[in-house]
Ligand binder design. Structure first.
Ligand SMILES: Nc1ncnc2c1ncn2[C@@H]1O[C@H](COP(=O)(O)OP(=O)(O)OP(=O)(O)O)[C@@H](O)[C@H]1O
Ligand SMILES: [Mg+2]
Length: 373
């Protein structure tokens, strides 16, 4: 458990055994996860995976058919009014009233939330860096500015937990970076943030924990460093022929009657927070490196390809990306190998996309299932 988790009385968000259907279509299948206080949790999944459905449950707008969500220890179904005070929810396609000014818009919502608009509106304008736009009509704002206004609105009542459904979709790169920086500022103010996306790179810079959902099933969830460690431990256990231990808090549960087609009522398989990898030899830990060289990167790639400990080599624009097994000594070997071939190395950067690695590892099993006829 991490430091944040041990210090907290309750997780900021705790979801357990969520099931939901629209008509005959099962949309959530035993979804469970925790978001610890102070985390930025990236909720990742392809279109239609069930992110918005889960988010609407957390935001008290949809009652799940089974299971429960607690925000800061308070049950969303039993005490929705209390939960709404704790949560700032930004939907995926929020409309805004356009024919009023930015300040009027925020004052309107401050009144609706019964917070004293004097002072608070100024504070959120400053926090979201749209103070210079306060007298502009909302209709004249760019998408990025409207998104900041949306964030300003949900901050008015000073919620502890922010739930943002695809806050960066449709934004240009600069606006995305600005939103990302704003989220980090909000985290430093003590907010817990859950944001959904189907774009990994959007989340990899900010998230401290993730949940990956596919077809209504949470296939992996938790702090990124814990998931990495668990995946590594699981791979080691596989190598020694041991089964991984069940996860805390989510293992001993049985499906409600009528759910889990194909399983007898009450005997559905338990949710595994980390997927069980298919049997096979243990996967060595791949490391990644980005190299910039003088001259033709293709020649450099050719020279490295197939060397000891080299897993894969790709040329991406001017960069040579190398997957390898080993530590710093291997990096030094690669560089000196290139130099010995008269290829000047002008940049060496360790690839640190832990999230991407987790995602590929976690979805490996479901991807292979999909590939089956
Ligand atoms: N009101 C509804 N009535 C019927 N089906 C719905 C409804 N809302 C969502 N669905 C279906 O439920 C599934 C999950 O939808 P959801 O909106 O939760 O996915 P999502 O992960 O948010 O996807 P996206 O990335 O496209 O926003 C989809 O198959 C969707 O078609
Ligand atoms: Mg959605």
């Amino acid at each position: 458990m991490n430091d944040v988790a041990t210090a907290e009385a309750y997780p900021a968000i705790r979801a357990r055994h969520l099931w939901h259907r629209y008509g005959n279509k099962e949309v959530l299948h035993d979804v469970a996860f925790d978001v610890h206080q102070g985390e930025i949790f990236g909720f990742i999944g392809p279109n239609g995976a069930g992110k918005t459905t889960t988010i609407r449950i957390m935001a008290t707008l949809l009652e799940p058919m089974a299971g429960r969500v607690e925000i800061d220890g308070i049950d969303v179904t039993m005490e929705p009014e209390q939960v709404r005070k704790l949560v700032g929810y930004m939907p995926d396609h929020a409309g805004v009233y356009e024919r009023i000014t930015v300040r009027e818009y925020l004052e309107f919502f401050a009144d609706a939330y019964r917070v004293p608009s004097l002072g608070v509106v100024g504070a959120v304008l400053e926090l979201t860096d749209i103070g210079n736009l306060q007298d502009q009509l909302v209709v004249t704002l760019s998408k990025g500015q409207k998104q900041r206004l949306g964030l300003a609105r949900i901050l008015l009542h000073d919620p502890k937990v922010l739930i943002l459904d695809e806050p960066a979709s449709d934004l240009d790169p600069r606006a995305r970076i600005e939103i990302r920086d704003l989220l980090l500022d909000l985290q430093s103010l003590g907010k817990t943030i859950l944001l959904s996306s189907h774009i990994l790179s959007e989340l990899s810079d900010v998230c401290t924990s993730v949940g990956i959902i596919e077809q209504g099933r949470m296939i992996v969830a938790g702090p990124i460093n814990e998931i990495s460690d668990r995946l590594a431990a699981q791979q080691a256990a596989q190598a020694h022929g041991h089964e991984p231990a069940p996860q805390d808090g989510v293992a001993q549960w049985q499906a409600p009657p009528g759910f889990a087609p194909g399983a007898a009522a009450g005997t559905a398989p338990v949710q595994a927070i980390v997927p069980v990898p298919p049997p096979g030899p243990p996967q060595p830990q791949r490391q990644g490196l980005k190299l910039r060289v003088l001259g033709d990167p293709g020649a450099a790639a050719y020279s490295i390809q197939g060397g000891p400990g080299i897993l894969d080599v790709q040329v991406v624009g001017p960069v040579v990306q190398v997957g390898y097994i080993g530590g710093d000594d291997k990096v030094a070997q690669i560089v000196s190998h290139l130099v010995s071939r008269n290829i000047g190395v002008v940049g060496v950067e360790q690839e640190r996309n832990e999230l991407e690695r987790i995602f590929l590892e976690a979805t490996r099993h479901s991807a292979s299932q999909r590939a089956k006829p």
